[in-house]
Design a protein around this ligand. Structure first.
Ligand SMILES: NC(=O)C1=CN([C@@H]2O[C@H](COP(=O)(O)OP(=O)(O)OC[C@H]3O[C@@H](n4cnc5c(N)ncnc54)[C@H](O)[C@@H]3O)[C@@H](O)[C@H]2O)C=CC1
Ligand SMILES: O=C(O)C(=O)Cc1ccc(O)cc1
Length: 378
């Protein structure tokens, strides 16, 4: 990691910074990887399940792990709640009953913000400060196995402090989050849920409904599934997201979602009307409007609903590895569009980023490299 963050210490009175991660899955594990091994930092994982705590340590994602919420929380400077949205309020409540380190920061990574922020605001946190958070990057995968050091790099990371949140606590959290290399954006929790409902939650609902619609047709004709490659596969990737994570997100954001789904139905009705009237020009106009807005979107960056075809490979830090991997892919006729070593230090394995134009190439490369014994992650 470059020297720009090396001055970081969370508190002035102690060089040790304890970070507790509750729920070391895709997001919790990715955060843990960003913090682990940084100067003076100790990363502790918490799970309700002993086997999971053993797995976190065995995979090297945390320094140590425990099933005791008290042990994880004790003396922690930062407490990250990385469990499903439906469990967040319970966790804040449990923590509020513990003797936490004065001035510590409790934050979460939930995909919805209004309810947890409101709940935390009502509790007496005994000197701790709650700041809502949402790293706006992820994938359809879940579990610590899918965690990656680079998941949040260049993504937006939303924080939702309220008027009661001490400014120095926000600054402290922002400084810690620099290790993620994400871009911090601050907004109000209710506004967050409206926006993220439209740009992330609604697309997930649409993807699932579309796949289920086609799955229905496929019951009488297998050709639907066989021909559904390319675009269909790309735009419905997020339909493979974790059912329980998404149950919680959608139920939690239900009022926003109901409004958005009704408005979506209106959009569909408009299309149906145009087709009923044989109004080809009206249809073309819909595409023109959509194209004009889409062309104004910010440049493609890692983030929500990303469709970059990239994977990351842990590679031992020795010369020749780039050539070796490029040759393996070339021999298998897999078209690689870019290859980059992200981080390479003597004491950590390097991480290589491989980019592909086609998702099929990414799938084949992932399979090949795994067969060859490489640790590949997305
Ligand atoms: N999946 C994604 O792409 C993103 C998810 N989020 C949010 O991050 C949070 C975690 O999601 P992921 O990391 O994707 O899920 P995950 O399934 O990979 O990890 C969830 C973790 O919580 C633990 N957990 C599950 N149920 C629990 C319970 N009842 N009590 C205690 N621990 C429990 C699991 O063992 C696991 O360690 C969610 O609130 C989600 O909304 C935020 C950004 C992106
Ligand atoms: O996989 C994708 O493209 C996503 O959109 C992942 C995602 C899921 C949930 C979030 O709250 C944020 C990002």
């Amino acid at each position: 990691m470059s020297g720009e963050f090396s001055e970081f210490t969370a508190s002035n009175d102690s060089k040790r910074t304890k970070i507790a991660i509750f729920g070391v899955g895709l997001i919790g594990g990715s955060l843990a990887l960003c913090f682990k091994g940084k100067p003076g930092v100790e990363v502790v994982g918490h799970s309700i399940n002993v086997a999971s705590t053993e797995k976190y340590v065995a995979r090297g994602v945390v320094d140590w792990a425990t099933t005791s919420i008290e042990e994880a929380a004790m003396d922690a400077d930062f407490l990250f709640l990385c469990v499903p949205v439906g469990n967040l309020e319970n966790y804040v409540e449990e923590l509020s009953k513990l003797p936490l380190k004065p001035g510590c920061i409790i934050t979460d990574v939930g995909s919805t913000k209004a309810s947890v922020v409101k709940h935390a605001d009502k509790l007496s946190l005994q000197g701790a400060v709650f700041i809502g958070g949402h790293p706006m990057a992820g994938s359809e995968r879940s579990g610590v196995e899918a965690a990656s050091l680079l998941l949040l790099e260049n993504a937006f990371y939303v924080l939702t402090p309220t008027e009661n949140t001490p400014a120095d606590a926000v600054t402290k959290l922002e400084r810690l989050l620099k290790w993620t290399r994400a871009h911090i954006v601050k907004t109000d929790a209710v506004q967050h849920d409206d926006i993220v409902g439209a740009i992330s939650h609604l697309p997930h609902v649409i993807a699932v409904a579309l796949v289920n619609q086609v799955a229905g047709y496929n019951e009488s004709n297998e050709l639907y599934r066989r021909l559904a490659a390319g675009g269909f596969r790309d735009i419905t990737r997020i339909a493979s997201s974790d059912p329980l994570i998404w149950r919680d997100i959608l139920v939690n954001n239900r009022e926003v979602m109901l409004k958005l789904i009704r408005e979506w139905q209106g959009e569909m009705d408009r299309f149906a009307e145009l087709l009923e009237q044989g109004d080809g020009e009206g249809v073309a106009e819909q595409f023109r409007r959509a194209g004009a807005f889409r062309s104004q979107l910010p440049e493609r960056r890692k983030g929500m609903i990303t469709s970059l075809h990239e994977c990351y490979v842990d590679v031992p830090d020795h010369p020749g590895i780039i050539g070796k991997i490029a040759t393996e892919l070339g021999q298998a006729k897999i078209n690689l569009s870019n290859l980059q070593i992200i981080e390479s230090r003597e004491d950590v394995p390097g991480v290589m980023r491989l980019s592909f134009q086609q998702s099929e190439d990414l799938d084949r490369a992932t399979e090949l490299l795994k067969t060859l014994g490489y640790d590949v992650h997305m």
